[in-house]
Design a protein around this ligand. Structure first.
Ligand code: ZN
Ligand code: ZN
Length: 299
């Protein structure tokens, strides 16, 4: 079968002919319908090096947001049938610790001793005709199209998880959210926020066309640059935003978040740019939370 292989650090992936894998005990062979390309894939082959450690070391097939149809069941697998359309939850932990037991393999207690992080992140992923995956990682799609659904495994799940954790801040009338950074995840965040909350959703990005796209999904676009913080505060009656989601994570975006969040609000940094910010007792409004989050859970 054909597979997109990450073969060496700082090397563009290559399309190769590899053997079709066989599902082990507890695993399923998935016939891939769709595999999303994530910004992290570019980081893997352009930026990562030996310092990332053995878990991400090449070679392997890329693709950590995958969906397809069950082709073959490994030993002991029940509850799935050949032909079922499923989304594959990417992270793979030990499967037995308290975190994995609640379907949160991202925070596996034994992550340090696992041989890989996820499908397509150290273990063969879905940019291939077939992929093996632990049966517990499969989420039934019902009649949803597995081609279109594939990016939901990361680009959808990551903002969904962040938003779910912020829902207590968005319950009740007159609440507001701000999405900073309108790439793939940010655009999905706008759609999820408008679908599952009643909040007014503000959205901002340096690219005007990205804001036009977010506006189509119900967001109120806010131009960046000078006066942005004041505009947002004015639009929230001077109170600030209840829940801010930063899909960039650079110092200026985090600072905007800190300046517009309201008292008892919440800032979630989802973007992995990894830049610092300063925080002291007086720099954030009282009881405003500043947190990060990573990917999501099977549930
Ligand atoms: Zn990703
Ligand atoms: Zn675990």
């Amino acid at each position: 079968m054909k597979a997109v292989r990450f073969t060496n650090w700082k090397t563009f992936p290559s399309l190769e002919e590899v053997a079709r894998p066989t599902p082990g005990p507890g695993e399923v062979l998935l016939k891939i319908a769709g595999a999303g390309a994530c910004h992290s894939d570019i980081a893997i082959f352009e930026q990562f090096d030996e310092s990332m450690g053995a878990q991400l070391a090449p070679s392997y097939t890329l693709g950590h947001e995958d969906a397809g149809w069950v082709e073959e069941l490994g030993g002991g697998v029940t509850g799935l049938a050949v032909g079922d359309a499923c989304l594959a939850y990417g992270p793979i932990g030990c499967g037995q610790c308290p975190a994995c037991s609640r379907g949160q393999d991202t925070y596996c207690y034994n992550a340090a001793t696992q041989p890989y992080l996820a499908n397509g992140l150290g273990r063969d992923g879905g940019m291939a005709e077939y992929m093996t995956v632990p049966a517990r990682n499969l989420v039934p799609l019902g009649d949803a199209d597995p081609v279109a659904a594939a990016p939901l495994a990361d680009a959808g799940l990551t903002p969904y998880h962040a938003i779910k954790l912020s829902l207590p801040k968005l319950q009740g009338g007159g609440k507001t959210a701000l999405v900073i950074g309108l790439g793939g995840l940010g655009q999905l965040a706008v759609q999820i926020l408008t679908a599952i909350t009643g909040a007014t959703v503000f959205a901002t990005d340096m690219k005007p066309e990205a804001m036009v796209e977010a506006e189509k999904f119900g967001a109120v676009p806010i131009e960046g640059g000078e006066g942005q913080v004041e505009r947002i505060r004015e639009l929230t009656g001077g109170q600030g935003v209840d829940a801010v989601f930063d899909f960039v994570g650079i110092t200026p975006t985090i600072q905007v978040a800190q300046q517009v969040v309201r008292r008892q609000g919440r800032i979630t940094i989802v973007g992995v740019a990894g830049q610092p910010t300063s925080w002291d007792f007086y720099s954030n409004p009282y009881e405003a939370e500043l947190t990060n989050t990573y990917w999501g859970t099977i549930e």
